[in-house]
Design a binder for this molecule. Structure first.
Ligand code: ZN
Length: 456
């Protein structure tokens, strides 16, 4: 049992002063109410910590390596993909585990309480399966253990190199499975989660995209989902929209909504290329739009129509995707600024009585928990204790309270510096702004990066 007290906390009913929270040994909140006396660990401002709903952990290792132009004068996303495939060659299970542990640690230090890992790097360097086809999944589970982060593992089915069912080539072969192999891999991954994961870890399934998965693959993946979440990349790039339209006769979002019973179990990643009609249709399904504003900015994907989607009652959450920069508060700010730049507006996602930062944060909490299939995202009895505490007694937050403190953390640009403590499923993994295993995880990561550098 842990007893935490805080001077202010964001509760389901709104901001409360002087609260006391009891966290059971099962990692769940047992009670949340008025403070009786200050706990030894008294906190300043306490928030539920959102789940990071979209990550490809290994891509953290190429952060900063893809910012030059390639030989193609029309340097695009596709050049970025080539760089990624070249780099993939050096990634074996040990290195993937070390990189993932680093990424997960950075997420916790940034204020995320859990992660949904969209995991598609399954096989060895030439595309041959490991003896245990779920070996790489096991390493993601092990990395989450080292970091203490709650994990929703999403093994990815990746069949083809495009809508024309061209075979996977080069680095892509490490991702590929037919539906039968994938079913075995998924069962193996589920066993690793149960045997070696935290009690609060979960498994879902991820058909990669409409470009990479055919009708049979979709059916096979959905059959494995059970009551777990289903994630899929959708409508990220103009070229993808054109390709899907050419082969399937409809734009990606329209095609998916016309052909599958998309509901609250689904999380559709990006959706930066939607017509207004598609946006309101998607909002009505109850699915989560998985937004990754920093990566989408980095890749030049386009701007999600957050004003229309949230205005229509749509659900959304935040992911760090390529992990080029892991920064919860910056993701939220980037999402809002994209709307302002497009519409030449201010406070684009605020509504009457709810500030921009508060609406962004509430949206990310609810959407993240839903997308991760995780009973979290609120400080209430029964929910997992995914919590983040901020110090307000500093030159950045200037002792502000409530929505004003949240707005300042997001828009002032120093939210991450204010993070003092983070709990994931009751595990108190960040203390005084620093992850408890930072030295060990960093040392291993730096050694792996040096090895990869030498190899390149
Ligand atoms: Zn992605």
């Amino acid at each position: 049992m842990q007893i935490l007290t805080a001077s202010q906390a964001l509760m389901p009913e709104g901001w409360q002063r002087d609260v006391e929270i009891r966290v059971g040994d099962d990692g769940r909140i047992e009670s949340a109410g008025p403070m009786t006396s200050r706990a030894t660990h008294h906190l300043d401002l306490l928030l539920p910590a959102p789940l990071n709903l979209h990550s490809h952990a290994f891509q953290r290792a190429i952060s900063g390596l893809t910012e030059a132009r390639g030989p193609d004068p029309a340097d695009t996303f596709w050049t970025w993909r080539q760089q990624m495939y070249r780099f993939l060659g050096g990634l074996d299970p040990d290195r993937v585990e070390a990189i993932a542990a680093m990424v997960f640690m950075e997420m916790l230090e940034a204020g995320y309480g859990a992660v949904a890992e969209f995991h598609y790097l399954h096989h060895a360097a030439e595309g041959q399966p490991h003896d245990d086809s779920a070996e790489m999944s096991a390493r993601i589970v092990a990395a989450a253990q080292q970091a203490g982060i709650g994990l929703t593992l999403l093994p990815v089915l990746y069949q083809w190199g495009g809508c024309d069912a061209r075979p996977l080539a080069g680095g892509q072969r490490r991702f590929g499975n037919d539906p039968d192999h994938f079913a075995r891999l998924h069962a193996g991954a589920a066993r690793h989660v149960v045997a070696h994961g935290h009690a609060d870890d979960r498994i879902g399934v991820a058909p990669h995209s409409l470009r990479a998965v055919d009708a049979g693959g979709m059916a096979a993946a959905l059959a494995l989902a059970g009551d777990g979440p289903v994630h899929m990349h959708l409508a990220e790039q103009v070229a993808e929209v054109e390709e899907v339209q050419a082969h399937r006769g409809a734009r990606p979002v329209t095609w998916l909504l016309d052909n599958h019973a998309v509901d609250a179990r689904w999380c559709l990643i990006h959706c930066t290329q939607m017509t207004p009609e598609e946006t309101t249709r998607l909002a009505a399904t109850g699915a989560v739009a998985g937004l990754c504003p920093i990566t989408e900015s980095n890749l030049g994907d386009g701007i999600f129509d957050g004003v229309r989607h949230l205005g229509a009652g749509g659900h959304a959450g935040i992911g760090s995707d390529s992990n080029v920069h892991i920064a919860l508060f910056d993701e939220l700010r980037t999402l809002e600024y994209s709307q302002r730049l497009r519409d030449r507006s201010r406070a684009a996602l605020a509504v009457q009585g709810v500030s921009t930062g508060r609406r962004l944060y509430d949206t990310a909490l609810a959407g993240g928990a839903q997308a991760g299939g995780r009973n979290a995202g609120r400080i209430a009895p029964g929910a997992l204790a995914d919590l983040v505490a901020l110090a307000t007694d500093n030159e950045w937050l200037c002792n502000r309270t409530g929505d004003t403190a949240l707005d300042t953390a997001i828009f002032g640009g120093h939210g991450a510096a204010c993070v003092t403590d983070v709990w994931s499923g009751g595990r108190h993994v960040v203390r005084d702004g620093r992850h408890i295993s930072r030295d060990t995880i960093c040392a291993r990561f730096r050694a792996v990066m040096a090895e990869l550098e030498t190899r390149a």
